[in-house]
Design a protein. Structure first.
Length: 200
């Protein structure tokens, strides 16, 4: 079974909007519905608060349960803030290690290599010499399937070099997976070995 952790998507914009609305309500006195002036000698009367307004349609989660997509302005602001944070990190790294140059920009080939290396490590490659390799065959299958999904989604939208890199990585990862599953099948077909005799 894969060790991939489960996660939950939280729409932080909605939380912030709710906090602001609560703060506004705590400082603003509740308005009451207008009622007729009390008649002399009349008993207690019912006071009804105004109902809370329904949340805007944009904040309502769709049927999928996911928060709504950020607006173009929110995406732009977040991208600018992210790039500023990344630049500060680069400056800290260069200050502590002057020999480190500027990091090259991330390209499509980096994504393909990352998925390929992850799949190979999940199939036991890259382990320390003399130690039994740790294999996560189900996790490897998911990573290889991710490469396949990527190949389908970006079809006809890659340069020749990018397409060659992706197809080569997918081919090599699938070949390694088939070899490994063949070995696992052979081991599963062998009868279990009896335990060694105990010395008396």
């Amino acid at each position: 079974m894969s060790d991939t952790p489960k996660f939950t998507v939280i729409d932080r914009r909605k939380i912030k909007a709710e906090e602001e609305q609560e703060n506004q309500q705590s400082t603003t006195p509740r308005s009451e519905t207008p009622s007729a002036p009390p008649e002399p000698g009349a008993g207690p009367r019912l006071v009804v608060s105004e109902p809370k307004p329904a949340p805007p349609a944009a904040e309502t989660a769709p049927e999928t349960g996911l928060p709504p997509a950020p607006t173009a302005k929110e995406s732009q602001e977040q991208k600018a803030a992210y790039e500023a944070a990344a630049q500060r990190l680069d400056e800290i790294v260069r200050a502590q290690n002057p020999a480190a140059g500027v990091q090259p920009p991330i390209e499509f080939s980096h994504l393909v290599q990352q998925l390929y290396v992850s799949a190979m490590i999940q199939m036991g490659a890259g382990g320390q010499e003399g130690q039994r390799p740790r294999v996560d065959i189900l996790g490897a299958r998911q990573t290889i399937d991710l490469l396949g999904v990527l190949a389908e989604k970006v079809k006809d939208n890659l340069t020749e070099a990018e397409d060659r890199t992706l197809q080569s990585a997918l081919f090599e990862a699938r070949m390694a997976f088939m070899e490994l599953t063949s070995m696992i099948s052979l081991q599963a077909m062998q009868p279990p070995q009896p335990p060694p005799p105990t010395k008396r």
